[in-house]
Design a protein around this ligand. Structure first.
Ligand code: FE2
Ligand code: FE2
Length: 241
C-alpha cells in the first residue's frame, strides 16, 4: 500500500481573503463561493499547473495545498489536512477489518486524503459557523464534494478516487452510484465517525460510543449497515484517531 506522504507542514500566512469572507453577514443570492472567487481562480490555475508536473499524486496534493495555504482560514486548514488524515486512519482500519483487497485499501486511503479538499473553496465563515447552517449555506457546503472531485481529477487522481470523493456524502438509501466504487460506503462511515469524534464549531466531540450509536441509528438510511457493524467491531468505544 502506498502510505503517501508524511503529515504536511505549511508556512503561516495572512489570510486576507478569509478575513474578507468572514465579514460577510450572510449568504447572498450569488452566494456560491463568490466570496472566495479570487482564491477559487488561483486554486484552479494551480491545479491545472500542477497537473503538468511529473511526480506522485501525493506530491501534487502537497504542492496544491502549499500554494492554497496562504488563502485558507484555520477551519479550512483543519478540514483539508488534519481531518483528512484522521479519516484516512479510520478508513484503513475499517477497510482492513472488512478484508478489502490491498488495491482497494490503497484507493480508499488516497480518497480519504482528498475527500474534503474541496473545502478549501468553501468560505471559512461557513465552515466555522458555530450554529446550524441555513439552507443556502448548506447548499454552498454541499458543493465541497464535487469541488474536491474536480480538484482530485485536475491533480491526476485515479478515476476511482475521484468518484469516491464525489460520492462521500451519498446516502445509502439513495441507491448505489454506478460510477462510484462500493467501497465509497466505507469512506462515508469513516468520515462521519472521525467528524463526530472531533470538536466542531457547533458541537463538542462525541465519545466513541455516542458516535457509534449515531452511526447505528442511521444504518440503512445514511450508512451501509454492514459497514456500521464493522465500525462497531473495530472501535467498540475507542477513539478513531
Ligand atoms: Fe465531506
Ligand atoms: Fe470529511
Amino acid at each position: 500500500m502506498d502510505l503517501e506522504d508524511a503529515h504536511p507542514v505549511f508556512p503561516s500566512a495572512t489570510c486576507h481573503l478569509v478575513e474578507e469572507s468572514a465579514r460577510r453577514p450572510a449568504c447572498g443570492s450569488d452566494a456560491p463561493l463568490s466570496a472566495d472567487a479570487t482564491a477559487a481562480a488561483i486554486h484552479q490555475a494551480v491545479a491545472l499547473a500542477i497537473r503538468q508536473d511529473v511526480g506522485t499524486l501525493a506530491a501534487r496534493r502537497r504542492a496544491f495545498l502549499r500554494r492554497c495555504w496562504p488563502y485558507l482560514g484555520p477551519t479550512q486548514r483543519r478540514h483539508v489536512t488534519d481531518h483528512c488524515w484522521a479519516v484516512r486512519t479510520a478508513v484503513l482500519r475499517l477497510g482492513a477489518y472488512l478484508a478489502l483487497p490491498e488495491a482497494t485499501l490503497d484507493l480508499l486511503g488516497r480518497a480519504a486524503l482528498f475527500h474534503d479538499i474541496g473545502k478549501c473553496r468553501i468560505p471559512e465563515w461557513i465552515l466555522a459557523k458555530p450554529a446550524a447552517l441555513a439552507d443556502d449555506e448548506r447548499a454552498v457546503m454541499s458543493r465541497h464534494a464535487a469541488i474536491g472531485a474536480s480538484i482530485a481529477a485536475d491533480l491526476g487522481a485515479p478515476h476511482s478516487v475521484v468518484r469516491m470523493v464525489a460520492g462521500h456524502h451519498r446516502r445509502a438509501d439513495s441507491g448505489a452510484d454506478p460510477l462510484a466504487p462500493p467501497a465509497t460506503a466505507v469512506l462515508t462511515a469513516a468520515d462521519a465517525l472521525a467528524s463526530m469524534m472531533s470538536d466542531r464549531p457547533y458541537s463538542p466531540a462525541r465519545t466513541a460510543p455516542q458516535a457509534l450509536a449515531e452511526l447505528r441509528r442511521q444504518a440503512g438510511t445514511v450508512f451501509d449497515p454492514a459497514v456500521v457493524d464493522a465500525a462497531g467491531a473495530v472501535w467498540g468505544g475507542r477513539r478513531v484517531a
